[in-house]
Every structure is written in structure tokens, then in C-alpha cells.
Design a protein around this ligand. Sequence first.
Ligand code: BGC
Length: 416
Amino acid sequence: MSMTRISLSLAAAGLMSATLAQAGEVEVLHWWTSGGEAKAAAELKASMQKKGHSWKDFAVAGGGGDSAMTVLKSRVVSGNAPAAAQIKGPSIQEWAREGVLANMDDVAKAEKWDELLPKAIADGLKYKGNYVAAPVNVHRVNWLWANPEAFKKAGAKLPTTWDEFFVAAEALKKAGIIPVAHGGQNWQDFTTFESVALGVGGADFYKKALVQLDAGSLKSPTMEKVLGTFKKVKTYTDKNAPGRDWNLATAMVIKGEAGMQLMGDWAKGEFIAAGKVPGKDFACVAAPGTAKSYTYNVDSFALFKLKDPANQKAQQDLAAAIMSTDFQEVFNLNKGSIPVRLGMKLDKFDDCAKTSAADFVSTAKAGSLVPSIAHGMAVPSAAEGAIKDVVSQFWNDDKMTSASAMDKLVAAAKTK
Ligand code: BGC
């Protein structure tokens, strides 16, 4: 072999070992297991594999993520944290205070995150001024999904107020269609509850009661009206609702077995994954009374401290990939949400997403953009969990009065 060939093959070997040395593994905890969610998660996996890293899937099924959070706690306590975990809102600060999250500032500075994110969202991803989490999207929670065929059959009109909602529900029922597709799980009850609170009480009431946890609002004539409306929604759900997963409830609307579902726009991911076309096969409208408000839910990945340098590199690549334009587009097209990165073109997105993006901006200006309490964006996790339990107790126990529910809400809000 000539000298040139030897040195060339040595150089090639050197290059190879350099890539091998950089290739790491990212273990990612998430709860994206429904049809639309899994398609979106697969895009994240693909973007990491493109960079030569291997992906270790740590999916814990269960909408809303309660089971995932329980599993995460035991993993971190036993000193075996994943590289990244789907953690949102005030919980990011709770984890950071434990000293287990990694500083992502090198990536954030290089990629200019401060310029690419709305300040309020960026602040929530930082601990003591350093980024510890990377955001993937903005979900709007206050949506109503409807099957136009079912509405036509019932001679019903898409509701814009709660009064109209119950008129439509009654018509659907008469036509032999289940009016409201619901899954009786705590987080789904809570998702319905917050949309009712926003629609009946308005954004200022929502902020006082469910963000500031003001006792005078949690126990008030407005809250009594919210609870009454919430309980009335239940009368239009079917007897098989208890325990049903949210995506199975969405499937009922897709098939026309049910007329409507109150759910965040991850539900759109299910319609899309089933090949349905927005505006034709299904309708998205703001939950009754909430067209001028917006409950936001930002999915983000908190990054945990790792020891292995190759895995640290893979983790940084994951953080960078999450905020890239390509990923923000393809992920959100599948997930039903909109990009969190500012200044993105929305040409490929449908009208539900375009409405969401426009309303995100206009409600922020008007002061009616509010964090979703049901999806971990508004209050510390202990208070959230206690309030969620009261809401479900009230939903499930037909003997519980609004007065007693309100007393329990006030007490739950104090949970630390
Ligand atoms: C998450 C979504 C997810 C939904 C249902 C929400 O809390 O933000 O990403 O699709 O739960 O599992």
C-alpha cells in the first residue's frame, strides 16, 4: 500500500472515530402514545437519528402525563434520570430547585433562543437566568371539536355560547347521537372544567380563581354558576365515559357516534392521523364563550444533568433540534399545535392552527391569554393536583353540592 493510501485510510479511520465518539444516546420520557401523538414523537426521534445519535424511547402511556410524572420521580430519585423529560410550567422550576437539571445556555445562546421565543414563555424555561428546558409547541386548550355530519343530522348549529351548547346537545341527543364525547379521567374532567370556567366567568375571573387561587373567587356566585354548567355538561355524556382515554373519545367524534368533544388541539392530531380534513370532516371552534380568550399549554422538555460526554452532546443536539424551524414545522403539523418559535411561516398549517396563532397574539395584547391549569401551566403541581381531585369528585358525585365543592376548592388551593 502506498503512503498516500495509508494516510488516507488513517484519516478516514480518524474521522470515523470522531463521529463515533460524538454519537450518543438520548433517552426521552414522554406520554405521546396516541395515533397523532406518536407520529409527532417519531419526528423527534428521526431528527436525532439524522444527527447520528440513538434514541431510547421512554414512553409512559396516559393522557395529561400523570403516570409519566410518577415514573419520572422514581427514576430521578434512584439516580437514573433520562436525558430529557416532558415537563411543563411551574414544574420546571420545581425540578430545577432539586438541582437535577442541566444548564442549556450554550445551546440557547448559539441558537438565539431569547430572540426566538415570547419572553413570558422563555422566562418559564429558565432557572436563575439559565435555560433548563426547550419548548416544542403551543397547544390551545379551549377548543370544541365537532362532527358536521352529526350536527346536520340533528339540525343543530355549532355553539358559540353555553346556552347554545345545551340547545345543540339536546338536538344531538334527540337524533340518537351521544352529544358529548368524554373520558372520565381526572385530567379530562379538569380540561372540561377550565373551559367552562373561562367561558362562563371570563378571563379575569379565570385568572383570579385558577391562576392566583383567590379564595373569594373560588367561592363566589360566578364559581357556583361554573360548577352548575360543568355538571350539566355531564348529563350529555354517555354511561361508558368513566375511564375512557381521550383519544377514544375523539374517535367517537371522528366516527359520528358523538357530536362534540371539549379538548385541547392534540385532538386535531387524531383527526389528521385518521385522514380527516378540517373544515370538511370536522370543525374546530373555540369552546363556548371563549372565542376572545386563550388557554395555552406549552410542551417542553426539561434536560437532566448527565455524566457521559457523548450523551451530553446528544442532549445538546436534541435541544437545538427542538427549536429548529424544520422540526417546529413538521412536529406541530402532526401534533395539532402551533410552533412556539416566533416568525415561522404557517403556509402548510390548516385554518384551526392559523386561528390559534392569530388568537395567541390578539389575546396576549388584550390580556385574555391565560395559562391552562389542567395542563400544568398555571399553579404549583401540589395545588393543581388537589384542585383537580375536587373537580373530579364533584363531577362524579351527584350528591355533592356546589357549596361543598367550593369550600373544598378553597382548601385544595392552599396545598403546598
Ligand atoms: C400535553 C399534550 C398531550 C395531551 C394528551 C397534554 O398535557 O400537553 O402534549 O398530547 O396532554 O396526552
